[in-house]
Ligand binder design. Sequence first.
Ligand code: NAD
Ligand code: DAU
Length: 352
Amino acid sequence: MTILVTGGAGFIGSNFVLDWLAQSDEKVVTLDALTYAGNLENLASLQGDARHLFVQGDICDRALVDRLLAEQRPRALIHFAAESHVDRSISGPGAFMRTNIEGTYTLLEAARGYWGTLDADAKAAFRFHHVSTDEVYGSLQAEDPPFAETNAYEPNSPYSASKAASDHLVRAWHHTYGLPVVTTNCSNNYGPFHFPEKLIPLMIVNALAGKPLPVYGDGQQIRDWLYVSDHASAIRAVLAGGRLGETYNIGGWNEMANIDIVNTVCALLDEFRPDPAGPYARLISYVKDRPGHDRRYAIDARKIERELGWRPAETFASGIRKTVQWYLANPEWVARVQSGAYRDWVSKQYGN
Ligand code: NAD
Ligand code: DAU
């Protein structure tokens, strides 16, 4: 048996692939275009592992996806590949429309074609698992209840609008063609291999370099934070037992204001790697706010717990300690990401 994972060289995808192969011998085929966010070094521990096949390619390439499905005959496709950074979607939305909407459409059509060729048992067992975000629900006021699966979609950024569009396509392919889909909408992840353009890894690497820690606006925006391996376990639970055509919200029951996140990171660095120049929080610098910045996200994750028995294993206190320790233990990974050398990884490791 085989699963096909798109975006498996990115932050969450690589954690998912590593977790999957740590728990199972089922083969994983990773399809990833290796954009700036894709880093094959994240999967370096799988080099030479016959259970893993890496294919560099674009999810918008229908011929490639058709060929992969026909050759590899996966029982499930888990779709992580996306442009994922809100700030980049504001400065350049085009790539988000292409990968997140057109790419998801291409995968759905290719999966529909492949699924139609399967025998009855394989057809019933096949899954298209779409990995999405809580940002599709828009922004909450302080007193609002957390996002439930029944909330209306109100995306506010080009990124979240493109993800909302992809969620709608996935829903329609189930409703119209019967494609066996499940969708998960998750809150902010953090953990190993997180690209340092996102809040937590950016704060860690900037602090260690003695650079300013840029906090947008008043720093009081709230996010729900989930350790990345808990996202992986939630996806495994939904893949195994989620009801077809359903969506499941995934969250950490951990709402925190950005400034509290930054102070927590600083305090951990003070503990693990004290700076003779003084506490890291001295580097905090309030900067211009993100345009259209969503004020608050929060997740009601009771459905996945009720139906599938899933709850996060990590608390924020345990997950953030592991995360800061991971960055301190992996300065070469950080240096190669910062210098851009990670992009040479493929040619260095594998020749041309
Ligand atoms: P990421 O940006 O770290 O990784 C994205 C991966 O997709 C990269 O490896 C990149 O090379 C690949 N990719 C991009 N365009 C591609 C294309 N056209 N064809 C093939 N591969 C392509 O993203 P992430 O943070 O790991 O997020 C993964 C998924 O989870 C995304 O769909 C995102 O919307 C969703 N999500 C992320 C979070 C979060 O906190 N990061 C939370 C909820 C949901
Ligand atoms: O909610 C899930 C989403 O979480 C995912 O769908 C996205 O792919 C992922 O990037 C993330 O989006 P956010 O915009 O919430 O994450 P980011 O790390 O960019 O920012 C987190 C918060 O921190 C947000 O309120 C903006 C703020 N921020 C971010 C950066 C990069 C700062 O204050 N300073 C910064 O330098």
